[in-house]
Design a binder for this molecule. Structure first.
Ligand SMILES: NC(=O)c1ccc[n+]([C@@H]2O[C@H](COP(=O)([O-])OP(=O)(O)OC[C@H]3O[C@@H](n4cnc5c(N)ncnc54)[C@H](OP(=O)(O)O)[C@@H]3O)[C@@H](O)[C@H]2O)c1
Length: 315
């Protein structure tokens, strides 16, 4: 019989218990990913920080343990720009089950020149999209072993006004860093939605959810020394921006909710409430171009080819 108990509103400061679950947060050593990890650890989850810098990862883990009594947190070496290394990163998790992965790590270059990874892929597209695409495939057996795993992909508001160039995914022509970044985030969002369609078609119990954090500035972010230090000067300078955007602690809320809230459904977009830029997390309507299933399917095929990943979802 359906419960008649009223549904409690989501409280970002009183999260449901996640004890006994294993969650990987890519880029969990800094920025929004750090706060996603801290909040999930606070809910009792065992959190693994995926980080390319082991010293930063250890510092972040120590910080979380100092703030969350009894936190279960550790790290694994993860470099999304090195496709070949991802299998070893997945193995190094030493888990028999992964309940969620937050695909959060990201790189944004402000200036030319165009840069490439060792695999000869454009750096932002490779790190933000191809790395996470290939990592998800490596994690598939662990995700499939969880009763209802969640794959949470971090997009960006910047992708709202951008379109993919399927004939030049690697920005070899007319390279503009901001556009290439926004396209890489759009590719991630299209991937997250296409993944959910494929999971449904395969009869999987796993869900793929897309989030974006709004606008998040370090100057609005509470200190977590030595991971992040905000001076009084930073704080004062950041005050006017606080009318429009938020700190990274609040920017973590959509991803945390996408992992923990039983009401979240696959194929949804979760984002901050106020103009999509700041505030409490809520489901947002999908932007028109995110619903283009033909583009998403072509991107999936191209991503398989570029990464050497088998086209099946594997979970
Ligand atoms: N901040 C915003 O306003 C905003 C807006 C929209 C979307 N986003 C998205 O939100 C996510 C987090 O942003 P943020 O502001 O927290 O960024 P951030 O402070 O620069 O942190 C980025 C994280 O990604 C990691 N990373 C970068 N390249 C990597 C690689 N090759 N392998 C593994 N990890 C790598 C970084 O590791 P290192 O510490 O080693 O560099 C760091 O942990 C990103 O996906 C970003 O695109 C942010």
């Amino acid at each position: 019989m359906p419960s008649t108990a009223p549904i409690k509103p989501w409280d970002v400061h009183r999260l449901p218990l996640a004890t006994g679950t294993n969650i990987l947060v890519t880029g969990g050593n800094a920025g929004i990913g750090y706060f996603v990890a801290e909040q999930l650890a606070g809910a009792g989850a065992t959190v693994v920080l995926g980080s390319r810098d082991t010293a930063k990862a250890e510092t972040a883990a120590v910080s979380i343990r100092s703030r969350v009594p009894g936190a279960q947190v550790r790290w694994v070496r993860l470099d999304l720009a090195d496709l070949f290394s991802l299998k070893a990163s997945a193995e190094a998790l030493h888990l028999d089950r992964l309940d969620a992965v937050v695909l959060n790590a990201g790189v944004m270059l402000d200036h030319p020149p165009r840069r490439e990874t060792h695999d000869s892929h454009e750096l932002m597209f490779a790190t933000n999209h191809l790395g996470h695409f290939a990592l998800t495939r490596q994690l598939a057996p662990l995700l499939a072993a969880a009763p209802a795993a969640r794959i949470v992909t971090t997009g960006s508001f910047a992708a709202k006004s951008e379109r993919l160039d399927l004939d030049d995914l690697q920005s070899t022509r007319d390279y503009q860093p901001k556009r290439t970044y926004a396209r890489s985030k759009l590719a991630q969002m299209l991937f997250g939605l296409e993944l959910d369609r494929r999971l449904r078609a395969a009869g999987s119990t796993a869900l793929s959810v897309v989030t974006h954090p709004g606008g998040a500035l370090d100057s609005l972010t509470p200190s977590r020394p030595p991971v992040h230090v905000r001076t009084t000067g930073d704080r004062l300078r950041g005050l006017p921006a606080g009318l429009l955007v938020q700190g990274k602690e609040a920017a973590a809320w959509p991803a945390v909710r996408a992992v923990l809230d039983p009401a979240v459904a696959g194929g949804q977009l979760w984002a901050p409430r106020v103009f999509g830029l700041r505030g409490l997390p809520r489901p947002a309507p999908l932007w028109d171009h995110l619903t283009d299933t033909a583009v998403a399917a072509r991107l999936w095929d191209a991503s398989c080819e570029l990464t050497g990943v088998d086209p099946s979802v594997g979970l």
